[in-house]
Design a protein around this ligand. Structure first.
Ligand SMILES: Nc1ncnc2c1ncn2[C@@H]1O[C@H](COP(=O)(O)OP(=O)(O)O)[C@@H](O)[C@H]1O
Ligand SMILES: [Mg+2]
Length: 432
């Protein structure tokens, strides 16, 4: 095979300026395009003698070696690179393919994850086949661990005590748009985005989200962010994308994300900056930029709103951020009532119990009932006789359980007083 005219000219030019690296690179590219692989390798090695760390050259060299099926040579090139986070795209690609040929599937998977996190739309049939990139392995795992990933909700707003303003807000912001999309569109209101619930633990955030699903007979999909985050770069984004994909496939659905504050937290990630990718992926899904989010309601929850990335608060994302306070008196009555329903209990004085449990969260009230149940259980085991729970048992149990919301308010108060980001904490201060 003979060199093309272009290569001949470049070679001649280089004989006058042999140290012109840019010109030599151009020659290498032409040689590679015309499949003079031995020449490519010689030229590259020539440049690398002078410029040891030239990644552009290594990229071309790796491609030539790969085409000659010298896979361990490709791997060696990359393994010499110190900062392998910044590999040029094709260098990483040939490295990944070489790893597959070399049988190192785990390392190849990790590299491919990184390629996909940087270029989410990239795909390579050979790699897909070899690495069996299953879009649904995360769901499989979840289904095995927890068959309740997609639930039918058995509660609705009538089961939620108090919190009327929040029910109204949810109604206006997410239920009505779902039921009357054409009216909202006529007024130029974008449907989508989501609401974010925050407040002390155990006060009904999850319960409200589930009740919202029940209210409109939608599927309830409950996802804890830390379950989605994965050590491998790129995997977290894929898990997120899959979760949204599943939720869209089961519309109408309420997609509930617990611990949204964990998004963007770096502790689960191997590399700095990976948290950014995950947040951006989440926001893109929420914006419905690439897909249609009609019939998909997104509700997030956090106990630590101060740890939340500010990107979430911009319009079109979580544009309603709602404080879920500890249950008021009416709500506490309801929680006592509902929680006692499936237990042997007398008609109890709900009003009195509610009056004694100010600052108690829903979870605290359940703990109180547990204490009363246990004392009755002991008696039943001793005497063989089942006595129903009465008001007195519960009053006694209340004295044995301190409310847990105060610690949260002490922390929240500091944030509210000293960094009241855009009035985010006004509701907390109002409550206090
Ligand atoms: N306003 C409320 N009405 C009825 N039940 C409530 C209310 N608030 C809390 N609960 C009860 O307390 C439990 C704990 O609430 P949960 O939603 O898990 O709290 P959070 O998600 O805010 O930590 C719920 O399962 C529910 O039974
Ligand atoms: Mg919860």
């Amino acid at each position: 095979m003979e060199y093309s005219q272009e290569i001949k000219q470049l070679k001649e030019a280089l004989s006058f300026t042999p140290d012109n690296i840019a010109l030599r690179l151009l020659l290498v590219q032409k040689l590679l395009a015309e499949d003079f692989l031995d020449d490519v390798i010689n030229e590259c090695q020539e440049i690398l003698k002078k410029d040891k760390s030239n990644l552009a050259v290594k990229e071309l060299l790796a491609e030539a070696f790969y085409k000659q099926e010298k896979y361990s040579a490709v791997i060696m090139i990359v393994e010499e690179v110190q900062d392998d986070y910044n590999l040029p795209f094709k260098l990483r690609l040939y490295y990944t393919k070489a790893l597959v040929k070399d049988g190192n599937i785990i390392a190849a998977q990790e590299q491919y994850d990184m390629i996909l996190s940087m270029s989410p739309n990239f795909s390579d049939a050979e790699l897909d086949a070899a690495l069996r990139v299953k879009m649904h392995d995360y769901l499989d795992e979840l289904e095995m661990e927890d068959a309740g990933f997609i639930q039918k909700s058995d509660v609705s707003f009538k089961d939620v005590g108090g919190l009327d303003h929040i029910k109204r807000e949810i109604n206006l912001k997410i239920i009505k748009p779902l039921e009357n999309p054409e009216i909202y569109k006529k007024f130029g209101k974008k449907i989508g985005g989501g609401i974010l619930l925050f407040g002390p633990p155990g006060c009904g955030k999850t319960f409200l989200a589930k009740a919202t699903a029940g209210e409109i007979q939608a599927n309830f999909i409950n996802v804890t962010i830390s379950d989605i985050l994965d050590m491998y770069v790129g995997k977290s984004e894929r898990n997120l994308a899959e979760t949204f994909e599943i939720a869209r496939a089961h519309r109408p659905s309420v997609l509930f994300f617990d611990e949204v504050d964990a998004l963007g937290a770096n502790r689960h990630e191997m590399r700095a900056n990976a948290g950014r990718h995950v947040i951006n992926q989440f926001l893109a899904e929420l914006d419905g930029m690439e897909s249609d989010n009609d019939g998909l309601l997104v509700i997030g929850a956090t106990n630590t709103p101060w740890a939340l990335d500010s990107a979430f608060r911009r319009p079109g994302r979580f544009d309603r951020i709602i404080f879920v306070p500890p249950p008021d008196e009416e709500a506490r009555m309801k929680i006592f009532d509902l929680s006692l329903r499936d237990k042997p209990a007398e008609q109890v004085d709900l009003k009195r119990l509610a009056a004694l449990t100010e600052k108690y969260s829903g979870a605290d009230i359940k703990a109180v009932i547990d204490i009363a149940v246990e004392s009755k259980l002991e008696i039943a085991l001793e005497t063989g006789e089942i006595q129903p729970i009465n008001t007195k048992d519960l009053v006694k149990a209340i004295k044995q359980h301190r409310p847990t919301t105060m610690d949260w308010f002490n922390t929240a108060k500091n944030y509210a007083l000293y960094s009241n980001q855009g009035g985010l904490y006004d509701d907390i201060l109002k409550y206090l």
